[in-house]
Design a protein around this ligand. Structure first.
Ligand SMILES: NC(=O)c1ccc[n+]([C@@H]2O[C@H](COP(=O)([O-])OP(=O)(O)OC[C@H]3O[C@@H](n4cnc5c(N)ncnc54)[C@H](O)[C@@H]3O)[C@@H](O)[C@H]2O)c1
Length: 269
């Protein structure tokens, strides 16, 4: 083959089945969109009923084989049921993106910096969604994929899990760092099973997570070598790579997609 069939076959996901938590907005929606546009069956698993309904309908209108399930990833039994429902929708399950996450909480230096004033409820809330929710999604995915002897599990962490980040709270950086560790360890534990586990570590992308928070373009010029915030379409190539056979020798990897932000933070002052 000497034409574009080489790429098409490497990244082919036609007829395969995927579930994406947090799939009705932002990064998860971009993942769902590229998989659906590439001919896969995709289930959007998301807490927000209005978004699930609207995005499922929108992706179906453009020809996608897409279903939607309202689920809270902090409810482990509900996540397991939703992942099984995704498998039933598609008639098979090939991969799960554990992507749902939130960003709330305070910094150590803002108002209420004293230890006894730390907003522990924000810590618990972020941990429940961003870490425990990812763990329960991973377990639900493994329960379906391991008996098949093949599959892809992809966790969304953050560059904030790999370095400090003044734009988020310690609850968030801590949970994201733990997701990186969880993904690596799960990859090791599942190696040899046919199920791979990889971690995406996005830098700043314009999504609903930061709605209402706009530090201004100058901040991105200073903190991102490519000089701007990312568009979620720019994450689609990595998502398709990690979902498809093109990533057959990749497991336990942590893949920043950040306009160079991590490279900048590694540059000595
Ligand atoms: N946008 C960024 O700059 C950025 C950077 C690094 C990492 N991330 C990570 O990417 C992931 C997706 O975030 P996003 O930026 O697309 O945000 P987003 O708010 O646009 O989308 C997140 C989706 O997750 C859903 N969700 C939230 N809590 C849920 C729960 N308990 N159960 C099920 N669904 C739930 C929301 O309804 C929403 O549709 C998160 O894990 C986030 O930490 C985002």
């Amino acid at each position: 083959m000497s034409d574009n069939r080489v790429a098409a076959s490497l990244f082919d996901v036609t007829g395969r089945g995927y579930a994406v938590t947090g799939g009705a907005s932002g990064i998860g929606l971009a993942v769902a969109e590229v998989l659906a546009d590439s001919g896969a069956h995709v289930a959007l698993l998301d807490l927000h009923p209005g978004r699930v309904e609207a995005e499922t309908a929108r992706l179906r209108e453009r020809g996608g084989k897409v279903t939607g399930h309202v689920v809270d990833v902090t409810d482990g039994d509900a996540v397991a049921a939703a992942v099984r429902a995704a498998e039933a929708d598609a008639g098979r399950l090939d991969g799960v993106f554990a992507n749902a996450g939130i960003s709330v909480g305070a910094s150590f230096t803002g108002p209420g910096w004293r230890v006894e004033e730390f907003p522990i409820d924000a810590w618990d809330t972020v941990r429940a969604v961003n870490l425990d929710g990812v763990l329960d999604t991973l377990r639900a995915a493994a329960a379906v994929l391991l008996p098949r002897g093949r599959g892809r599990i992809v966790l969304t962490a953050s560059t904030a899990g790999l370095r400090t980040d003044p734009m988020v709270a310690y609850s968030y950086t801590s949970a994201e760092a733990a997701v990186v560790g969880l993904g690596r360890q799960a990859a090791l534990d599942l190696a040899g099973s046919g199920v791979t586990v990889n971690v995406i570590a996005p830098g700043p992308f314009r999504t609903n997570i930061g709605a209402g928070f706009d530090p201004g373009e100058a901040v991105w010029r200073e903190t991102v070598p490519l000089g701007r915030i990312g568009h979620t379409d720019e994450l689609k190539g990595l998502a398709l790579l990690l979902a498809s056979d093109a990533s057959s020798y990749m497991t336990g990897g942590v893949y920043p997609i950040d306009g160079g932000a991590l490279a900048l933070s590694h540059t000595p002052a």
